[in-house]
Design a protein around this ligand. Structure first.
Ligand SMILES: Cc1cc2nc3c(=O)[nH]c(=O)nc-3n(C[C@H](O)[C@H](O)[C@H](O)COP(=O)(O)O)c2cc1C
Length: 158
């Protein structure tokens, strides 16, 4: 299986999470690619039907519950250049801060809504990290991701 991690970030926390996963989960998935979302559009979801590929959106939240600047073009393209993504399997790691009560982790949740709208298949629940909790996103995120990958691998061989 191939895992493509798409990173939306302003101050690199989501990038640290993706890099930690790339190192820590190599025993589960041999091919893990980390891509920042800069300059990407919907073509990033280039898996062919029948291909054993998995996508992981790893993004923070900025402004008033918005996606980070580097994620804007990809996020917008899911609306302006829509195509059916029924064969795409994905997960979401949403980074946020609970002090932003009304918009906690909206960046990741917004991606999830758009991908669902295009027919993509989410594996597992959206994972949220709270920066105000004092825990490290890369530590907690790696633990979550290992469980998520086991779930995804089981589904792909079923
Ligand atoms: C100006 C600013 C606005 C933010 N807005 C939100 C928000 O609306 N909702 C939320 O859950 N987190 C919000 N956050 C928290 C970040 O998403 C969080 O700190 C995250 O871990 C940053 O990850 P990054 O370094 O990958 O960008 C905001 C942070 C800043 C500095």
């Amino acid at each position: 299986m191939k895992l493509k991690i798409l990173v939306g970030t302003m101050t690199s926390t989501a990038d640290y999470v993706a890099q930690a996963i790339q190192m820590d989960c190599a025993d589960l998935v041999s091919d893990i690619e980390v891509l920042t979302m800069d300059g990407l559009d919907i073509q990033a979801f280039d898996a062919q039907p029948g291909e054993d590929a998995l996508y992981l959106i790893c993004t923070s939240t900025y402004g008033s519950g918005d996606v980070p600047d580097n994620a804007r073009a990809l996020y917008d393209s899911l609306d302006t250049q829509p195509k059916f993504l029924g064969h795409v399997r994905y997960g979401v790691m949403a980074l946020g801060d609970r002090t932003y009560l009304q918009t906690f982790c909206f960046g990741g949740q917004k991606f999830d809504e758009r991908l669902q709208g295009l027919g993509a298949q989410r594996v597992g629940e959206v994972w949220c990290h709270d920066a105000s909790s004092g825990t490290l996103a890369e530590v907690e995120g790696t633990v979550w991701c290992r469980e998520w990958l086991v779930q995804a691998l089981a589904a792909s061989t079923a």
